[in-house]
Structure formats: C-alpha cells, structure tokens
Write a protein that binds this ligand. Sequence first.
Ligand code: SAH
Length: 215
Amino acid sequence: MDTYRHKGLRKKLVQLLEEKGITDKKVLKAIETIPRHLFINDTALHQFAYEDTAFPIGSGQTISQPYTVAFQTQTLAIQPRDKVLEIGTGSGYQTAVLLELGAKVFSIERQKALFDKTKMFLPKLGYNAKLFYGDGYLGLPSFAPFNKIIVTAGAPYVPENLLNQLAIGGIMIIPVDNDDYQIMKKIVKIDASNFETTDLGSFKFVPLLKEKGKD
Ligand code: SAH
C-alpha cells in the first residue's frame, strides 16, 4: 500500500537527488510518483525504501540506487514514444521510470525467478512494458533499432549487438567494468560505424552475467 508517509519520504528523496545534481524535472517527477517500496519484496526493508541506496531483490540481485536510476535516465534524454531497450529488468523499478517518461520499453532479464515476478507485478501498478526472459548480450534484434539503450548491470565490455541495435542518433548508457567498480559510459551513435563515447564517472553495479540460467 502507498501512504502519505511514503509520499512524504519520496519528496525528500527527490530533494536529495536534486542536491546531488539531478536536474531533469520529468525524471524527478517520475521518482516522486513511483512507490519504490512496493518493488522491494522484503517488507522489513520498506522503511528504508526512500533512502538513496540499492537493496537486495532476491536471486543475488539488487534494485539500483535511486541516484543511479535518475542519472542513467537523465542522460538518455527520453522523449515520449522513444523505443527503449533495457538490459536487466530486475525489480522493474527502472522500467517504471522509463514508462512514466512516456517511453515504449523492451526489457530483458536473465534470472527466471525475477522475470516471472516482475512480469506479474508491473501490470498491477498499471505499468506495461514488453518483458523478455533472455540474454541481454544479444539484445532484441527483431525489435531493433532502439532510440535508447540502458544497461543496468556492470558489463565487462560494450556488447557489439547492442551497438548494432542502436538507432542512428540514438544514445546508450552502460556501466563498463574497471576492477571493482564501473565507468558510466554514454555512447551516441553518429552513423552505422561511428560512435562518440563520453565517460561520466564511477558507479557500482551487480555484474552483467553470461550464459543464461547458469549461476
Ligand atoms: N533495473 C533493475 C536493476 C537490477 S540489477 C532495477 O531497477 O531493479 C541488474 C539486473 O541485471 C539483475 O536483475 C540481473 O539478473 C540482470 N542481468 C545480469 N546479467 C544479465 C544478462 N546477461 N541479461 C539480462 N539481464 C541480466
């Protein structure tokens, strides 16, 4: 259940994100709207749901830190009706933020238990995305090109398939491994073979894993 107390905590979280440098009003509005506590299974953690931290969501995975979600989303400069590919559906929280911004969202998750749970859960909140159980390294060639691609797990390298599935002029945001943290990279596709990459600082993510189903 969403309560006035939760709404109040969300306002505070939004203020904190503004202090940390998030300026996109639509992103802040989405975070103020979405009941993040409902995306966290463990009700003992609900009282902390509006702190700016990541939390466990089962299967050894986490719901990303709100600042990270806001930062990645802001960098994508989502326009209504953008076709967005998300790698790592997880709790579906980032998916919900993209939907609030009017994007058409395609999201891939490799953990069957998380995929099943989120597929049931998101529509209950009125969020409709195209969810796929599969391997994010492959992307979704049959639905490409995408205006925006967001990777929500730390990747050892930038998957070639994802670069290919980005539309010309499209933006990808991806955290790429550098020892025990990741460098956030913004990649703009200039034309079929030219990309402009900008490093946007260090972040901490769970790893983007290979070989679906093997843990
Ligand atoms: N966007 C999520 C973040 C979840 S953490 C949220 O807001 O909750 C990253 C997710 O990526 C995990 O759920 C993990 O299972 C998933 N993942 C890891 N490797 C993957 C791969 N190769 N393909 C698809 N998803 C993957």
